[in-house]
Design a protein around this ligand. Structure first.
Ligand code: NAD
Length: 502
């Protein structure tokens, strides 16, 4: 593992112009507006300031929700024909694609992730969200029903049909780990359904949400359909979650804030989708192909420096392969090059902030003090406080925080097991239920384990494979509801039944 501290500047004209374009504003009803209060966003690799952002609060939330409510019934949006709405979503996808390098540079600078992670993973993921739901806008169907009602007036018939209607104003509240992708996962189905949105990106990483809103307006999105409020969760996020004019909160973030939202949303019984934290196991069976499993499990935990909700932070290995897997994972961890996200030589960037790196360090220190053995990494860097070395820890017992809590950093615990039942018991010994991977060449073992692990997604011989066609949700405290696919669209629609005597 090496660390390079050479800072890098963006190469695209677009990213440079955006960063030099002065203090950023919020978007309400198609107008960019400055706020009295502001805050800074910084490059986590260097600590250098990147931009001054508007700090929205309750008053701005009020104005943005009013704008979104007005836009909901304005003819330019409410009467836009389904195919035109689909075409608009496709145009937004084209705009993101045309600015992919610029957006990837902004994401890398603001979040710390490598340019490659943003440019070849997450930005294409965001484009795919808009293209996938573009096709659905013209395929939102109700049903015609003949009800079994025998008490209609003589000579009359009862018939009924359902309408699928947009749920209303959506507050989309997103986390800092994959900012543009998380925003797209909410905006694309919400717009497909005909909803209007107030988007609240994470305070650490708002830049690509601002740029995306500029691009959506240029693509022809009517004013007020998407409004953007930058600011802090406890201030503007809370105001949106409590606002009676918001019909639904689409949230991705921590389980802790998910619990808070249950209370905030109760006033008008907002519909909630909660995509929350995880502590996902990777189960390596004795017949696994190690040429797949070693790099695959390593990517599953170290990609994006472990700041991935589905990161494989618990690795269970059948005893026959334990030594080889532990050595292999430690070797993979050791050869990753850490550096600035825009440095093409970097495999991993910093974590999102020095605070997050300190949090990760505290988990590793706690594990060490309780007797765990660090096989690789285990250290931060005084000269670069947001970085943390990719880390593999052995001897982590089920009661340790390292094994129970979401670390959200490049740290995994590796543990041997003897029988598959033992692996299942260990894998399911968690409050979370977001994802898991099983590594085996046996078809039967793959299906048996996939059925028995309590997790929203189970991968076999891969980890962290995503696509808009694949439903994504969490069991247990990993969340409520499913994003992606047709299920993802359902979150933004309500069914109205029209029953008539004719
Ligand atoms: P977080 O919960 O701290 O914040 C997420 C968002 O909620 C931010 O925009 C924040 O400002 C806002 N927020 C905070 N307090 C709020 C409040 N009281 N009311 C309303 N909004 C509030 O999460 P984070 O630290 O930004 O992101 C990391 C977490 O996100 C991890 O737990 C990770 O597992 C989770 N995550 C889950 C998924 C998934 O699909 N399940 C995907 C990515 C990240």
């Amino acid at each position: 593992m090496t660390l390079s501290l050479i800072p890098h500047a963006p190469k695209t004209e677009g990213a440079r112009a955006f960063l030099q374009g002065g203090a950023k504003k919020i978007l309400i009803d198609g107008e960019w507006i400055a706020t009295a209060a502001t805050f800074e966003t910084t490059d986590p690799a260097t600590g250098a300031p990147l931009a001054t952002l508007a700090r929205a609060g309750a008053a701005e939330a009020e104005a943005a929700v009013a704008a979104a409510q007005a836009a909901l019934s304005r003819p330019d949006w409410a009467r836009m024909l389904p195919m035109a709405r689909g075409a608009l979503l496709w145009k937004i996808a084209d705009a993101i694609e045309a600015h992919a390098d610029e957006l990837a540079e902004l994401e890398s600078l603001d979040q710390g992730k490598t340019f490659a992670t943003a440019r070849f993973g997450e930005i294409p993921g965001a484009i795919a969200q808009f293209r996938y739901y573009a096709g659905y806008a013209s395929k939102i169907l109700g049903t015609a029903i003949t009800p079994s009602i025998g008490y209609a007036p003589a000579g009359k018939q009862v018939m009924a049909y359902t309408r699928r209607e947009p749920i209303g104003v959506v507050a989309a509240i997103t986390p800092w780990n994959s900012p543009l992708l998380m925003a797209a996962m909410k905006l694309a189905p919400a717009l497909c359904a005909g909803c209007t949105v107030v988007l609240k990106p994470a305070e650490e990483t708002s830049l690509t949400a601002i740029r995306l809103c500029e691009l959506m307006l240029e693509a022809g999105l009517p004013a007020g359909v998407v409004n953007l409020l930058t600011g802090f969760g406890a201030e503007v996020g809370d105001a949106l979650a409590r606002h009676p004019g918001v019909a639904k909160v689409a949230f991705t973030g921590s389980t802790e804030v998910g619990r808070i939202l249950l209370g905030s949303a109760r006033g008008n019984l907002k519909k909630l989708t909660l995509e929350l934290g995880g502590k996902s196991p990777a189960i390596v069976m004795a017949d696994a192909d190690l040429s797949l499993a070693i790099p695959g499990v390593a990517r599953g935990i170290f990609a994006n420096s472990g700041q991935v909700c589905v990161a494989g932070s618990r690795v269970y290995v059948q005893r026959k392969l334990y030594e080889a897997m532990a050595e292999g994972l430690a070797r993979e961890a050791g050869r990753l090059r850490l550096g600035h996200g825009l440095d093409p030589a970097s495999d991993l960037g910093p974590l999102v902030s020095p605070d997050q790196a300190a949090r990760v360090a505290a988990y590793v220190a706690g594990g060490r003090a309780a007797g765990a053995e660090v096989l690789a990494g285990g250290t931060g860097f005084a000269e670069a406080p947001a970085f943390f070395a990719p880390t593999v820890v052995a001897g982590v017992t089920p009661d340790m925080a390292l094994m129970r809590e979401e670390i959200f950093g490049p740290v995994t615990a590796i543990t041997p097991f003897d029988e598959p039942e033992e692996a299942l018991a260990l894998a399911n010994d968690t409050d979370y239920g977001l994802a898991a991977s099983v590594w085996t060449e046996s078809l039967s073992a793959a299906h048996r384990m996939a059925a028995a692990v309590r997790a929203g997604t189970v991968w076999v011989n891969c980890h962290s494979y995503f696509s808009p066609e694949l439903p994504k949700g969490g069991m247990k405290t990993s969340g409520w509801g499913v994003e992606n696919g047709p299920n993802g669209l359902e979150n933004y629609l309500e069914t109205k039944t029209v029953c008539m005597v004719v």
